[in-house]
Design a protein around this ligand. Structure first.
Ligand code: HMG
Ligand code: MG
Length: 296
């Protein structure tokens, strides 16, 4: 049976935008619960400037506190060498660099141009390679930018191709503000797959306009087999006003199992975890599958 790799980004993308500080112990328990659900790739932390994203300032304590489960990859975002050094010292198994397909978003998010960001990643990849650490690459705003509107598929392909050629083993395509629709997603993918093998591409869709599941289905039909998701649909982006959560992991697992894909995830446990973290954050569970299957 065909398998889809899931990358759970709830502990990072899901929490980074929470206004109230989430206790480190809650973050640790979230990561452990997600691993117990069968998730094998968990983005657990982010080593960015605490001035810009204070919620992620305890990344080292989170990574240090996790009861590690064999076979699980615990990863972290690292925008530069400083972030890489901190992530490696904290024991991250894998790291991720991130840039964008739109100049304005890149400036807002990481305070440099796209080309400057790529130049900044070169030493990060060299150092990671020397340490035998795999690096994922993210491209934001692949289906629309909060400042520039439509983004051309060719612009996405250029950045995705550059990340792949510099050594990112996987490139995650982020619809940061969730404005994409399936037709746009297909057109974007058609351009990107000319630069990056489809087996190395991940779909990272936010659900602001309720299109994320439809967009995922569209790219699954085209052959994408890696999906990013966030338990209980947690999430947002501090530099993308109005961006809502990532596509909920519960929705993704329900869809994939319905289509006959294997994920290795126990949906009932995932639903339970979604309710637990929603309660911890004092917010309603954004996952429809979670609400339908849970006992609230
Ligand atoms: P900068 O402001 O351009 O300037 O930082 P800098 O490099 O000169 O550093 C400024 C200050 O930050 C200095 O401290 C540095 O030491 C410190 P000061 O001297 O002022 O006290 N600093 C750091 N501290 C901790 N860890 C580091 C680090 N680097 C520098 N790694 C930088 C550039 C990228 C660091 C900054 O702009 C930043 O941290 N931005 C935050 C970006 C972010 O986390 N965005 C959200 C994640 S991306 C996302 O959500 C999208 C994604 O989900 C995909 C999608 O949905 O599209 C991945
Ligand atoms: Mg995101």
């Amino acid at each position: 049976m065909d398998r889809v790799k899931l990358v759970e980004v709830g502990p990072r993308d899901g929490l980074q935008n929470e206004a109230a500080r989430v206790p480190t112990a809650v973050k640790i328990e979230l990561v452990e619960r997600l691993a117990d659900c069968g998730l094998r790739h968990i983005e657990a932390a982010s080593f960015v400037s605490p001035k810009w994203v204070p919620q992620m300032a305890d990344g080292a304590a989170v990574l240090a506190g996790i009861r590690r489960k064999a076979g699980v990859v615990y990863s972290a975002l690292t925008p530069n060498l400083k972030g890489l050094a901190a992530a490696l010292a904290a024991g991250a198994d894998e790291v991720a660099v991130f840039t964008a397909a739109s100049e304005s978003f890149c400036q807002q998010n990481i305070h440099c141009s796209i080309d400057q960001s790529l130049a900044r990643f070169t030493p990060v990849l060299a150092e990671a390679r020397a340490r035998r650490i795999r690096v994922r690459g993210y491209v934001s705003t692949v289906l629309g930018c909060p400042y520039e509107g439509d983004i051309s598929p060719d612009a996405v392909a250029r950045v995705a191709g550059a990340l792949y050629r510099m050594g990112c083993y996987e490139v995650s395509l982020g619809d940061t503000i969730g404005t994409g629709t399936p037709g746009k997603a297909r057109a974007m993918l058609a351009a990107v797959r000319r630069e990056v093998p489809i087996t190395r591409l991940a779909a990272h869709f936010h659900d602001t306009y309720g299109q994320a599941l439809a967009n995922l289905y569209a790219v699954l039909e085209e052959g994408v087999r890696i999906a990013d998701c966030s338990v209980a649909g947690l999430g947002g982006c501090p530099y993308a006003k109005g961006a809502s959560g990532n596509l909920a992991s519960e929705e993704v697992v329900y869809l994939l199992h319905g289509l006959g894909f294997q994920t290795g995830v126990d949906l009932a446990r995932l639903v339970e975890t979604g309710h637990w973290i929603s309660q911890q954050l004092g917010r309603e569970n954004s996952s429809k599958v979670g609400r339908a299957l849970g006992h609230q």
